[in-house]
Design a protein around this ligand. Structure first.
Ligand code: NAI
Length: 334
């Protein structure tokens, strides 16, 4: 049923925000005034691979840009506000990271955000087609499972879709898994390597704990559930003030840095990301992928799964396919 990939997952040691080579990359953050957008922009301002950082939002970006521009790193920062400045914000970007949209409140699941966020991602993808069609487009906005297909369909309609250049950011699921395993095992979370596959909501999140290095020393099932529900853990703790922002900014900066390292010619840059693939019957699916000069260089496919993880995959696929269809239908009707 599924393409089995025998390749050993050789995750590189995390070098989150550094590189050895010099570069000249322009990055645009859409949603840059938000709870995620601001700390994400800060982390990108510290990234030596970024030379120009463009901050786009419907409010607040002149202030955020002025603030960040006083940091003594070499990149320059510019703010862009409102739809009339979106094109200028995107012009010539190498990487576009999108966190524009509404976050969850207690009692909501990610799918409840669809009505607010679908149109936002559609319009940004349309502007990417027109202003930076070769950019790597990485999407944080929820529901990731559905808005990534929306972006794909919009880019396709405009004749600029390259599946190697579109990424749904599921990195926070990997970051959380590493944190929980590391602290659970009493080892440095940075030393933990684990693939998390599938999508980015509830049962579609599949942490492949059988492949974790080191192995998790406690019970697998409660940890699996905790990773799947970790976003809700934060939503509840924030009690109405939104969802994960700081950990998401860290995760988004990590993925953006990996995309830039790949563009910069570094080899063996591997991240899990939600991309178009034929690995399963779901058109979009997160697996470990090799990043390079053209974005996605190679999809490493499914890691080896044990019986419990195979069961999780069977549970995830119908939900994921439903989420994907919703996005495709939205663009067809738009
Ligand atoms: P927030 O409400 O703090 O920030 C969102 C920002 O988007 C605001 O500054 C707002 O002005 C801006 N915005 C709204 N409409 C826009 C438009 N048309 N164009 C440009 N900017 C626009 O929300 P937060 O906490 O930053 O979350 C953003 C998104 O990220 C939410 O959809 C949330 O569900 C998602 N998220 C995704 C995660 C993931 O793992 N992929 C994890 C956590 C959150």
């Amino acid at each position: 049923m599924f393409k089995q990939v025998s390749k050993q997952l050789a995750f590189q040691a995390t070098r989150n925000f550094s590189t050895s080579k010099q570069s000249n990359f322009k990055v645009t953050v859409c949603g840059a005034n938000g709870g995620i957008g601001q700390p994400l922009s800060l982390l990108l301002k510290l990234n030596p691979l970024v030379t120009q950082l463009n901050l786009y939002d419907i409010v607040g970006t002149p202030g955020v840009a002025a603030d960040l521009s006083h940091i003594d790193t070499s990149s320059t920062t510019q703010g862009f506000k409102g739809p009339e400045e979106l094109g200028a914000a995107l012009k010539g970007a190498d990487v576009v990271v999108v966190s524009a949209g509404v976050p969850r409140k207690p009692g909501m699941d990610r799918d409840d955000l669809f009505n607010m966020n679908a149109g936002i991602v559609r319009d940004i993808a349309d502007a990417v087609s027109k202003n930076c069609p070769k950019a790597l487009l990485a999407i944080i906005t929820n529901p990731v499972n559905t808005v990534v297909p929306i972006a794909a369909e919009v880019l396709k309609k405009n004749g600029t879709y390259d599946p190697k250049r579109l990424f749904g950011i599921t990195t926070l699921d990997v970051v959380r898994s590493r944190a929980f395993i590391g602290h659970g095992n009493n080892v440095d979370p940075q030393s933990v390597e684990i693939p998390v596959i599938g999508g980015h909501s509830g049962v579609t999140i599949i942490p492949v704990l059988s492949q974790s290095q080191p192995k998790y020393s406690k019970e697998i099932e409660p940890l699996t559930k905790r990773i799947q529900d970790a976003g809700t853990e934060v939503v509840k703790a924030k009690a109405g003030a939104g969802s994960a922002t700081l950990s998401m900014a860290y995760a988004g900066a990590r993925l953006a840095n990996s995309l830039l390292r790949g563009l910069n010619g570094e080899r063996n840059v591997i991240e899990c990301s939600y991309v178009e693939s034929t690995v399963t019957e779901a058109r979009f699916f997160s697996t470990p992928v090799v990043l390079g000069k053209n974005g996605l260089e190679e999809n490493l496919g499914l890691p080896k799964l044990n019986d419990y993880e195979k069961k999780l995959l069977v549970e995830a696929l119908p939900e994921l396919q439903k989420n994907i269809k919703k996005g495709v239908d939205f663009v067809a009707k738009s």
